[in-house]
Ligand binder design. Structure first.
Ligand SMILES: *Cc1c(COP(=O)(O)O)cnc(C)c1O
Length: 421
């Protein structure tokens, strides 16, 4: 618990209490140095899918490390990357035929944006505008911040961010406004791409919208020749009830970003999948058309092997059944708060449940946020509200009784929020 030299992410050190030191993870739990068993109700920031330390993923990491470490990925290849790419193409929505590796969700988004701009430049139709959705979040690098909603996360860096066109969030009953705004932005034929988080806007407060909006957005994109980028970094790998959220809308994006759950949440890896048309725009004897992007650890073999083990878990274990069962439990748990005046809204998408507290000052910096986090942690529950939005996004191994415990805690937390006002 002593002070360290570590500068933590999204952490205001002037306010943060001592950080628990975690010495071991297992299943849905983090074990602290002082023997606390903390239930990880947010999958350690949305990365862990099946469970912490799934034996097959641990074994893939161990055995690959005996044979391969990082190798340069320009001019060389390796089996884990090739096999994983084939598996991703087979599992992803149809038409995504190429896989570009990087190491985080943010870089997968940067790659997607560069692919989109490169596509138009190299086919001599220089479109350059990117259209984004209100409240969206796509990562913390400059490009990813630029296509994310402006706000407290990025206000200090505003001078560095490029301009985008923003369509309103498709709030219930106002979906048509979103579609109309998008249609309008595509009219001047300068729209290179629309980037969206399909079905659930994560960091923007676990805001959810129906699949038919996605279907319509894709239709408008196609009609106007605007590329459709699906940022499935959070929604991918089962979170919303299907392997990828786009499936529920029956659409294939032109570009798909995946990261968090790609290795089952064990080690970092990201992939940006693209259509053949986008690849072909970069394919030419002319070297200036090369896709100029790389990071040192591109396609790390150990990470690719972990992802391949994850893919096999999806093939060999009843993952979809587990997700369906968890989704049902989440819906039931949320159901008990239906019409409860302590909440402005309770919503569920697949395995994700969000409980938006009715407070006077909502938003990410809502005063209640840190109090709620402390309230849960005192009860050995890792829950990290987004301002006044409490959400549960657990690994798929979580049991019915553990979920009950979480829903009970949400109930009591809502009382606390009521008293704090
Ligand atoms: C987390 C997230 C990112 C950024 O991923 P990092 O690995 O943190 O860089 C991008 N897009 C979405 C939708 C995310 O939820």
């Amino acid at each position: 618990m002593s002070r360290s030299a570590v500068w933590h992410p999204f952490t205001q050190h002037a306010l943060e209490p001592a950080l628990p030191t975690i010495v071991r993870t297992d299943g849905a739990y983090l074990e602290s140095i002082d023997d606390r068993q903390i239930l990880d109700a947010i999958s350690s920031w949305w990365v862990v899918t099946h469970r912490h330390r799934h034996p097959a993923i641990v074994e893939a990491i161990r055995s690959t490390a005996e044979q391969l470490d990082q190798i340069i990925f320009a001019g060389f290849t390796h089996e884990p990357a090739v096999e994983l790419a084939a598996a991703l193409v087979a599992m992803a929505p149809a038409g995504l035929d190429w896989v570009f590796y990087s190491d985080s969700g943010s870089t997968s988004v940067e790659v997607a944006l560069k692919m989109a701009l490169g596509y138009f430049r190299h086919t001599d139709r220089p479109r350059s505008r990117v259209i984004v959705m209100e409240h969206s979040y796509h990562g913390d690098t400059i490009g990813a911040m630029s296509v994310g909603t402006r706000g407290v996360f990025n206000a200090a860096y505003e001078p560095l961010l490029f301009e985008v066109d923003t369509i309103p969030f498709p709030a219930s009953g106002r979906e048509q406004e979103t579609l109309d705004a998008f249609e309008l932005f595509t009219r001047d034929c300068n729209a290179a791409a629309l980037i969206v988080e399909p079905l659930v806007l994560g960091a923007g407060g676990m805001r959810m919208y129906p699949a038919r909006v996605l279907t319509e957005l894709k239709r408008i994109a196609e009609a106007s020749g605007t590329l459709f980028i699906a940022d499935e970094v959070m929604t991918g790998w089962g979170r919303t009830g299907s392997l990828f959220a786009c499936e529920q809308a029956g659409i294939s994006p032109d570009i798909l970003c995946t990261s968090k759950g790609l290795t089952g949440g064990a080690i970092p890896l990201a992939a940006t999948l693209a259509t053949d048309a986008i690849f072909q725009a970069h394919y030419a004897p002319d070297r200036s058309r090369t896709f100029f992007h790389s990071s040192s650890y591109t396609a790390n073999p150990i990470a690719c092997a972990a992802a391949l083990a994850n893919v096999r878990i999806w093939q060999d274990e009843p993952v979809m059944e587990r997700i369906a069962a968890l989704s049902r439990l989440q819906a039931e748990g949320a159901g008990r708060f239906a019409g409860d005046p302590r909440f402005a809204e309770v919503r569920v998408s697949g395995t994700i449940a969000a409980f938006e507290l009715a407070v006077a000052n909502p938003g990410y910096l809502a005063g209640i946020g840190p109090k709620l986090r402390a309230f849960f942690l005192e009860r050995d529950l890792l829950v990290r509200p987004l301002g006044n939005v409490i959400y549960l996004l657990p690994p798929y191994c979580v049991s019915a009784s553990e979920l009950d415990r979480l829903h009970d805690a949400v109930d009591r937390a809502a009382d606390l929020a009521g008293q704090a006002l």
